[in-house]
Design a protein around this ligand. Sequence first.
Ligand SMILES: Nc1ncnc2c1ncn2[C@@H]1O[C@H](COP(=O)(O)OP(=O)(O)OP(=O)(O)O)[C@@H](O)[C@H]1O
Ligand SMILES: [Mg+2]
Length: 260
Amino acid sequence: MAVTQAQLKRSGVDHSTAEPLLIARNISKAFGHVQALSDAYIDVYAGEIVALVGDNGAGKSTLIKVLSGAHRQDAGEIVIRGQSATINNPNDSFDLGIATVYQDLALLPSRDVVANLFVGRELTNRGILDRRKMTEEANRVVRQLRTNLPSVRTPVRFLSGGQRQAVAIARVVRFGAEILLLDEPTAALGVKESHEMLTLIENLKERNKGIIVVSHNLAHVFRICDRITVLRHGETVGTLVKEETDSTEVVRLITGADLL
Ligand SMILES: Nc1ncnc2c1ncn2[C@@H]1O[C@H](COP(=O)(O)OP(=O)(O)OP(=O)(O)O)[C@@H](O)[C@H]1O
Ligand SMILES: [Mg+2]
């Protein structure tokens, strides 16, 4: 579903010259006889947060997995920075600057924040691990994102769920991801941690990332997002500009109440 220029202006992002970082259109995906996605559409601009909402089983995670390369769509087109893109696997997605952060993150619990930020891409100096440089760089990223992590020397197993998620986000930001896909980032967090995670997501927006956030929590959605894309039975049934809508309308779209 297309969004008008007027709507975009009101969403708080300057879209006058910009093109979306990501467009996914007419995406379909079946698992056997379950049609998880039939006609899904979403787009996101740099410096924007788009919420992806819908009832259980609406296809939100499937759409995220198509964009992250975990699933290949049956049909439909993905356009990244104006170029048609093929995403066959997680590497393709990574190479396009897309990063996905799930709740069950692949972190190394016994290693500290520094090691987790650099895992697989350690900095070396004459073939030797450059601990000092990595620690400095880790502190820089953590400061930039204004996360509330304790020392970057803390083993990840001592961190809370929200702090671990912050480490995972810091890692993909350090790897240069411009498009961030967050599938229910606050689902397992308490009140204070959720608040901190939402602030971190707002910081990412300030850093000009394009962010798609799946959430069932409409209070969280309304606090941070610019636009809200609603999936129902695998189909995008609307994209709403936050300032022009309210939770009643969003719920109506999610449930299809008009249809009853
Ligand atoms: N790997 C899979 N194999 C078979 N069916 C699947 C698979 N993944 C998802 N589905 C089905 O596809 C549909 C969409 O699932 P999906 O996980 O995308 O929903 P969702 O919107 O993320 O829901 P929730 O809000 O509960 O997380 C569901 O009917 C689900 O059972
Ligand atoms: Mg899901």
